[in-house]
Design a protein around this ligand. Structure first.
Ligand code: NAD
Length: 496
């Protein structure tokens, strides 16, 4: 059985940990490889390597760091099909979707190529007579990144290009469920001229995460994953003196007003509900339909769902399997819960006949209507191909429902009424809002992050917020002394 190693100091490393985890090919339902699960000592070794590398990388010129990122961008562009195949084999998402996540990650690489501009400080000449004040943006040192299974390439790329461009060294702890993409990216960074030790990958589970969270030489943590773990990471990391951004789970609603074009709405609901088998933090999981158009909209969504092919992502299917058998069963369990609580099963994905191996972790697209908002199928994040419909009487009712939820990652409104859309963008308590756009993932030069239980800490990912997160500012007040500056004065300095 193939064993997936760590990447420390510019090369594969076995470490000293003895535990291994299974990595599945979810479309086959078979273990395809095993991954090393780091011990705390392995994590220490990676941090020590990164810290040693920081002595040079932190001092490298902006031009040198930029050259590495430009080279990385070229290589990744040229070889992205290889990476997409790796993602599909371990995650299960269809190849075109894997290519899409790489493209969105590349956007951040391109943004980070412009880091010289973002790393500029300010300068105020003569802030006081003969005194200049200016600011520097310096790297933090060793930064930790902990990523989820659902975007094994894109989520690490939300962080490491900017972290590296700013002069930091990185220890990445990717999801142990699909760890190969991170190693492939690490190798490509080395081939792009990144010095050894600047970017390290340590595989593992809670043991590795915990070691990273308390390590005195780790300056910051960037985490993406489920809400309970995000909260734990935020609380533990900050308690140990680190800067932490921790992005959590989601339950994204799409409000449909009666004046919307229901064909376009149905397309969007299906694409955003079932793309990547619903395993996206920006997936639409609840369609909030105004009662007067709900039946017509459900009919249109159902028609489209009939055309979707669930199967092996390497074939030309629309939707792949779920990540593990346990997760597949958990998601299917929510269909039972919803039905027991009084929801109507409009399309039941549990009966799906997949275009793939019999043992794949299949669950077809599922549509539930009249889901009670007290049901766990409504209150909890399902993270699978289950789209719920909740009916409301109108705009106010819809916004109140969205704002009552604990999450605040993404949301969308579908309408042709500009006034209603403008009210929605102002009133809805969610961090990323789409107006007739169902998955409003901001472009790389804005920042990504939700509100409420979808983000712990105040730092969003990438964009200007990312550039701030991975640098710390120093303010300099400078005077070049001449004899006229002499004399004793113990008062607080004032600007004159
Ligand atoms: P997860 O929380 O199970 O795991 C995320 C990371 O935390 C992994 O690296 C994992 O090894 C580690 N981890 C898991 N349990 C841990 C524990 N007890 N202690 C310490 N570390 C632990 O999440 P997942 O299942 O990999 O990913 C899906 C979740 O991520 C969903 O909730 C989804 O909404 C969320 N997500 C959020 C965003 C966002 O931007 N807000 C983006 C992608 C995914």
């Amino acid at each position: 059985m193939r064993v997936i190693d760590h990447w420390i100091g510019g090369t594969r490393a076995t470490g000293t940990g003895t535990r291994l985890g299974d990595v599945y090919d979810p479309a086959l339902g078979e273990v395809a490889a095993q991954v090393r699960l780091a011990s705390a000592a392995d994590l220490d070794a990676a941090v020590a390597t990164a810290r040693a590398a920081f002595a040079e990388w932190g001092e490298a010129s902006i031009a040198k760091r930029q050259q590495v990122l430009f080279a990385f961008r070229e290589k990744l562009n040229a070889r992205k099909d290889e990476l997409a195949a790796i993602i599909t084999a371990e995650h299960g998402k269809v190849l075109s979707d894997a290519a899409g996540e790489i493209q969105r990650g590349l956007e951040v690489v391109e943004f980070a190529c412009g880091m010289p501009h973002l790393a500029k400080g300010g300068y105020s000449e003569n802030a006081s007579t003969g005194v200049d004040v200016y600011s520097l943006k310096q790297p933090l040192g060793v930064v930790g990144i902990i990523s989820p299974f659902n975007f094994p390439a894109m989520v690490p790329m939300w962080f490491f290009p900017i972290a590296l461009a700013a002069g930091n060294c990185v220890v990445l702890k990717p999801s142990e469920k699909d760890p190969s993409a991170a190693i492939w990216l690490a190798e490509l960074l080395t081939q792009s001229g990144l010095p050894d030790g600047v970017f390290n990958v340590v595989h593992g589970d809670k043991e590795a995460v915990d070691a990273l969270l308390v390590h005195p030489d780790v300056a910051s943590i960037s985490f993406v994953g489920s809400t309970p773990i995000a909260q734990y990471v935020y609380e533990t990391g900050t308690r140990h003196g680190k800067r932490v951004q921790a992005l959590g789970g989601a339950k994204n609603h799409m409000l449909v007003l009666p004046d919307a074009d229901l064909d376009l709405v149905a397309d969007s609901a299906v694409n955003a509900g079932f793309g990547s088998a619903g395993e996206r933090c920006m997936a639409i999981s609840v369609v909030v339909a105004v009662d007067s158009i709900a039946d017509e909209l459900i009919g249109k969504i159902k028609d489209r769902m009939g055309k979707l092919v669930t199967g092996d992502g390497r074939r030309s299917c629309d939707m792949g399997p779920l990540i593990t058998r346990e997760h597949r069963d958990k998601v299917a369990g929510y269909v039972e819960i919803a039905a027991a609580d009084g929801a109507e099963i409009v399309v039941d994905g549990r009966d799906v006949v997949a275009d793939g191996a019999a043992d794949g972790f299949w669950l077809g697209p599922t549509l539930l209507d009249r889901v009670p908002t007290s049901s766990r199928a409504y209150t909890e994040e399902i993270f699978g191909p289950v789209l719920s419909v909740v009916r409301v009487s109108g705009y106010e009712d819809g916004v109140a429902l969205i704002n009552a939820g604990p999450y605040g990652n993404g949301t969308a409104i579908f309408t042709n009424d500009g006034g209603a859309a403008r009210r929605f963008q102002r009133e809805v308590e969610v961090g990323m809002v789409g107006i007739n756009v169902p998955i409003p993932v901001p472009v790389a030069y804005y920042s990504f992050g939700g509100w409420k239980a979808s983000l712990f800490g105040d730092a969003k990912a990438y964009g200007p917020a990312g550039a701030d997160f991975f640098t710390r500012e120093k303010a300099i007040t400078s005077r070049w002394l001449d004899p006229s500056h002499g004399g004793l004065n113990l008062g607080f300095p004032q600007n004159v």
